[in-house]
Design a protein around this ligand. Structure first.
Ligand SMILES: Nc1nc2c(c(=O)[nH]1)N[C@H]1C(S)=C(S)[C@@H](COP(=O)(O)O)O[C@H]1N2
Ligand SMILES: [Mo]
Length: 510
């Protein structure tokens, strides 16, 4: 052999590159194996989920406010980038001192391993993806080094090192990482065959009249299409649940704890309810609100069969991934008919909206009444147990605050002078919308016209014809609920029990 051993500086970058691609291959392999065991046990997702769970509430608020629903892809992206950076460091360390490199890699992989094992619902199996990451990553790293330094030269001394072999090995490992990662992603996001025949309600509602959106350009549809329904949850991966093996346990402070399967559930009386759901994180004028016709069984029917202890005051509901929501027991027993829901707008629940079964509680923000991927209802007390968001300082009981928003015209989007229509939606669950008032440039409050009604728990569309004159104008709106209460003009941030205040939209007429 005549190739001289490359000097250190020359192998620095190839070593870093190889470390990066090797760790990437390891992590991608772990991700793939997690797809077979439990997607959340993937090293990257376990770390990202732990970051979400440990993030202090104010930081989370800031993230939601500045990044909206892009916060999750950004978080996962950040974890991947951090991982690649760590990989390059490990690669350099390994080049200097193989044993230290291995030891450091072992310590690094301990993080996702511990993170995965401490997730709710974790079993010892959940350690496997991280272990696989370590073994595959280190095997790739050591293997390429071995290829790059084949055997000792005849004359003794240090083995010659091929820089080209290192770079080639890194390229191969990187390619393998991409392919493995892609396959792992497919495995993690595969969905079991779902419900194709949604049962019919025992007590159907009459068909809804048409909304007024056809006549008011820019107005939200009166019934939110399933594909446009807002999504808010802490999940990086949508749980894939097979409805045939799904079950709902009713336990805690009850005389007869019991379990329901899918066919037991749909054998109970199914009703329809028109409900507007709102997220507590919705800012005034925001988009975290949607309205649909839900199909389900009354929570009252499901809970009372168990014989409720009269000392219970809270229902702690648990999702398949261990996430919890707490709801005042009274709200799940009274005549608002909260639902253990299985359908939305005539379709089974979409996976991201809780398939196969979720809770929907009219009048309460989603985080205290609308558990997705529901699997357990535990009767308990507020004194004894706290749910996910309650532990993080959010309100225990959170009725939706009446609100209204202007949807058209859009802020700062120039419109032509002349006849136009101002329009939007308003909601005041549990009381209903009696009126919506609109004010232009601090003039008098004027009553808007209202769209049709579907009961007190469902939003109403509103609109007001307007002769727009050239210039900038400030539009405001406010709801008046069924009890005559006017929407609060007190500006409040979403934390801890929902935003309030009056939306102002500046329109440019020219
Ligand atoms: N399992 C589970 N259920 C959940 C959540 C969650 O993070 N996990 N988020 C809640 C919140 S904060 C809201 S606002 C609603 C949103 O429901 P949607 O995504 O179907 O609109 O779901 C609620 N149910
Ligand atoms: Mo929410």
């Amino acid at each position: 052999m005549t190739t001289p051993s490359a000097p250190r500086a020359e192998t620095h970058w190839p070593a870093a590159l190889l470390g990066t691609t090797s760790l990437a291959l390891g992590v991608a392999s772990g991700h793939g194996v997690a797809g077979l065991i439990a997607p959340s046990s993937s090293p990257v997702l376990a770390i990202a989920t732990t970051v979400i769970n440990l993030t202090p509430t104010p930081v989370k608020e800031w993230a939601v406010a500045t990044m909206g629903t892009a916060d999750k892809p950004l978080l996962v992206g950040g974890v991947i980038v951090a991982c690649l950076a760590l990989g390059s460091g490990l690669g350099v360390l390994y080049a200097r001192h193989a044993t230290w490199g291995l030891a450091a890699a072992g310590a690094v992989i301990g993080l996702p391993l511990l993170a995965a094992l401490s997730l709710p619902g974790a079993t010892w199996w959940w350690a496997i993806p991280s272990l696989v990451s370590f073994v595959v990553g280190m095997t790739a790293l050591a293997g390429v080094w071995r290829l790059a330094r084949p055997g000792a030269p005849a004359g003794g001394g240090p083995s010659p090192l091929s820089r080209r072999a290192l770079i080639g090995g890194a390229a191969g490992t990187g390619l393998a990482a991409l392919v493995t990662g892609g396959a792992g992603q497919l495995l993690s996001t595969r969905t079991p065959p779902g419900v194709t025949n949604l049962p019919r309600p025992s007590i159907p509602l009459p068909q809804l009249p048409a909304g007024v959106e056809a006549g008011v350009p820019g107005l939200s549809p009166w019934v939110t299409p399933n594909a446009d329904f807002y999504r808010v949850d802490v999940n990086l991966i949508v749980p894939a649940i097979d409805h045939t093996s799904w079950s709902l346990t009713i336990d805690g402070m009850v005389e007869r704890p019991y379990q329901l399967g899918w066919s037991d559930l749909i054998g109970l009386e199914l009703i329809e309810r028109d409900i507007t759901m709102t997220c507590v994180s919705n800012e005034v004028g925001g988009s975290y609100v949607g309205s649909a016709r839900w199909l389900g069984v009354r929570t009252r029917d499901v809970l009372q069969r168990a014989g409720i202890d009269r000392l219970a005051d809270q229902v702690l509901s648990t999702a398949v991934d261990g996430f919890t929501i707490s709801t005042p027991l009274a709200a799940l027993l009274d005549d608002r008919d909260a639902l253990v829901a299985i359908g939305i707008n005539g379709r089974p629940l979409p996976p991201e909206h809780g398939y196969p079964v979720r809770l929907v509680t009219p009048g309460l923000y989603g985080f205290v009444g609308s558990t997705k991927w529901l699997t357990r209802l535990t009767l308990t007390t507020y004194a004894a147990q706290q749910a996910y968001w309650t532990q993080r300082g959010w309100a225990t009981d959170a009725p939706v605050k009446p609100s209204s928003r202007i949807e058209s015209p859009r802020p700062l989007q120039p419109i032509r002078p002349g006849s136009t229509v101002i329009g939007g939606t308003a909601w005041a669950q549990r009381r209903g919308i009696a009126a919506v008032e609109v004010r232009i440039d601090s003039g008098p409050w004027r009553r808007a016209r209202l769209g049709p009604t579907a009961g007190i728990d469902y939003w109403r569309q509103w609109y007001l014809p307007w002769e727009a004159t050239t210039g900038n104008h400030t539009l405001e709106c406010r709801a008046v609920d069924g009890a005559g209460q006017v929407q609060s003009d007190q500006r409040e941030a979403p934390f801890p029990d929902g935003s309030s205040g009056i939306q102002q939209v500046v329109v440019i007429v020219r």
